[in-house]
Design a protein around this ligand. Structure first.
Ligand SMILES: NC(=O)C1=CN([C@@H]2O[C@H](COP(=O)(O)OP(=O)(O)OC[C@H]3O[C@@H](n4cnc5c(N)ncnc54)[C@H](OP(=O)(O)O)[C@@H]3O)[C@@H](O)[C@H]2O)C=CC1
Ligand SMILES: O=C(O)C1=N[C@H](C(=O)O)C[C@H](O)C1
Length: 269
């Protein structure tokens, strides 16, 4: 068993349960598990809640209790909770694996500030191996095909609350880097009504929601009489949870700072 003691935030959620299962499979130590005050998960055994062996770790709603003695927080919750957890990680020099999506620019800035103030934060819109490899391919394709129109299409389950997905934005960021432009300057996130012709150089986003889809993303590069589609499909939340546990163990000997999954996977060398 690894000696990194993990506190699982949002333990009653879809990803919280997947993280508990992934930690057990990886032989990582689930030190504590917590959720929102009033959550139906409070008081239940974290392992039982996640559908595996009982862990002897009851889900609590007191964050200070949950984080006492922990080395790392794995956090797939909501933006306001993630900002608060990043601040706590800075105060106590903890590892914060932040998988939450849907941050405002101000919230993202607060998380970056916590990393400068002493937290070891690994933040990514997608913790899977496949999407992070795909991002490199998208960067390369966007650079090699400057005249092609780039559109990013994503589909998720009907419980998802933010759009575009964190992954779509991550892939958009990779495309923008390939083109050496700022994503905020070129992104088109909504189209409705008489939009006029497509503005060259823009990166468009389209969002679909329905059923139980775990996560599907396509980056379309549309040129003159030819089109390339680079796609990823997640079949199980375990791929994100495995990546998050891997990131927590990776961060154990790293200095404070803001990292992403490409750092963890060694994709920046
Ligand atoms: N980066 C990645 O690889 C991935 C990111 N995600 C992102 O992770 C986030 C969570 O997704 P998912 O698990 O599907 O969502 P869920 O709604 O199933 O889970 C979120 C959990 O967080 C809990 N929560 C809310 N507020 C707090 C708080 N203040 N303290 C502790 N827990 C809290 C919720 O409780 P309650 O329900 O009672 O409100 C819930 O149990 C989303 O932003 C999603 O986009 C998801 C998959 C992969
Ligand atoms: O909310 C989800 O479910 C997911 N969220 C992440 C995102 O916003 O990209 C990652 C994954 O696609 C699942």
């Amino acid at each position: 068993m690894s000696d990194v003691k993990i506190a699982v935030a949002g333990a009653g959620g879809r990803m919280g349960a997947a993280v508990i299962r992934a930690a057990q499979i990886a032989g990582a130590s689930v030190h504590s598990a917590f959720d929102r005050h009033g959550s139906a998960a409070i008081g239940k055994d974290a392992g039982t809640l996640a559908g595996t062996d009982a862990l002897g770790v009851a889900v609590v709603d007191d964050i200070a209790t949950a984080l006492a003695g922990a080395d790392a927080i794995i956090d797939f919750t909501v933006p306001s909770a993630s900002v608060m957890l990043a601040r706590h990680a800075a105060e106590h020099g903890l590892i914060h694996i932040c998988g939450t999506t849907g941050f405002t620019p101000g919230e993202s800035d607060e998380i970056a500030a916590a990393a400068r103030a002493g937290a070891r934060i690994v933040k990514s819109g997608n913790f899977s191996l496949g999407v992070n490899l795909l991002a490199g391919l998208v960067r390369q394709a966007a650079k090699a095909l400057p005249g092609f129109d780039i559109e990013i299409l994503e589909m998720h389950h009907n419980r998802k609350v933010d759009a575009p997905s964190g992954t779509a934005l991550l892939l958009g960021q990779a495309a923008a880097e390939g083109r050496a432009v700022a994503l905020d300057d070129v992104s088109v996130r909504v189209r409705d009504g008489h939009t006029g012709p497509r503005e060259p150089g823009t990166i468009g986003f389209a969002t679909l929601r329905g059923g139980t889809v775990v996560g599907e993303h396509s980056v379309i590069l549309a040129g003159d009489r030819e089109m390339i589609t680079l796609s990823h499909r997640a079949d199980d939340r375990a791929i994100f949870a495995n990546g998050a546990v891997r990131a927590a163990l990776w961060a154990a000997d790293k200095p404070a700072g803001l990292y992403d999954m490409a750092d963890v996977l060694g994709l920046k060398d």
